[in-house]
Design a protein around this ligand. Structure first.
Ligand code: CDP
Length: 220
């Protein structure tokens, strides 16, 4: 399967806390962490900045083929520039799912992600990690939370950054829209792998959620 490598896949809907939880687990177990959502976000940012229309699939694919996306020290670099802040903007939130549903884009991303997972112990989070990208992962988790709780967390995050002015209701509506596109698309929709453990973080702290996952990995 993975030799003696440890490979962990975490999937789930928008705002379920995947990246926070995955980062913590990476620290505790000393794993590389790959945020695949950040990769789709980085490409979306480039499409927006290039002035290419979101439905201009041909040119989006061309752009993707001449794009470099890399992680270094837990930062994401788009063509050599760190874009961690810019990829979290609302304009990216609201367009990323339309880019991520393009078949050719997913092929490019999955290929990059599988290469990243080749040489190290790794934890990767996204929508299709347990089902498509790392089907042989040693452990698979499907992280969920109620849509209201997910919107509440995302709203607090946006308010903390004080970058954008948006209501809770709008955040809730945007998350519902993104959930629908992500789980109904033809290619690699958000879906629980049959063997994935469901972790519901609705009423749990970050620490409690991390502990629940670590306990499963350590067989307690
Ligand atoms: O952090 P948040 O839960 O808001 O989303 P994300 O993990 O950053 O992912 C952003 C978007 O990228 C998702 O809504 C999906 O449309 C897309 N995505 C995907 O299609 N496949 C992945 N493996 C990861 C993300």
């Amino acid at each position: 399967m993975n030799g003696d490598k440890l490979v962990i896949a975490i999937d789930g809907p928008a705002g379920a806390g995947k990246s926070t939880i995955a980062k913590e687990i990476a620290k505790i177990l000393n794993l590389e962490y790959v945020d695949t959502g950040a990769m789709y976000r980085a490409l979306t940012l480039k499409v927006i900045n290039s002035g290419i229309a979101i439905d201009d699939i041909e040119n989006i694919i061309k752009l993707a083929n001449s794009t470099s996306i890399k992680f270094q020290n837990n930062k994401i670099y788009l063509d050599g520039t760190a874009v961690d802040e810019d990829i979290r903007k609302n304009i990216v939130n609201n367009n990323v799912s339309n880019i991520a549903k393009i078949k050719e884009i997913r092929e490019i991303m999955v290929d990059m992600q599988q290469k990243m997972a080749m040489d190290s112990n790794i934890i990767m989070d996204g929508r299709d990690i347990g089902t498509v990208v790392l089907p042989n992962a040693n452990y698979k988790f499907f992280l969920i939370a109620s849509v209201e709780e997910r919107a509440r967390r995302r709203y607090l995050e946006i308010m903390e950054k004080k970058q954008e002015d948006i209501s809770y209701e709008k955040v809730l509506e945007d998350i519902k829209k993104r959930d629908t596109i992500d789980s109904t698309r033809d290619i690699a929709p958000l879906k629980k792998a049959p063997e994935a453990h469901i972790i519901d973080s609705t009423d749990k702290s970050i620490e409690e959620t991390v502990r629940e996952i670590i306990n499963i990995i350590e067989g307690r």
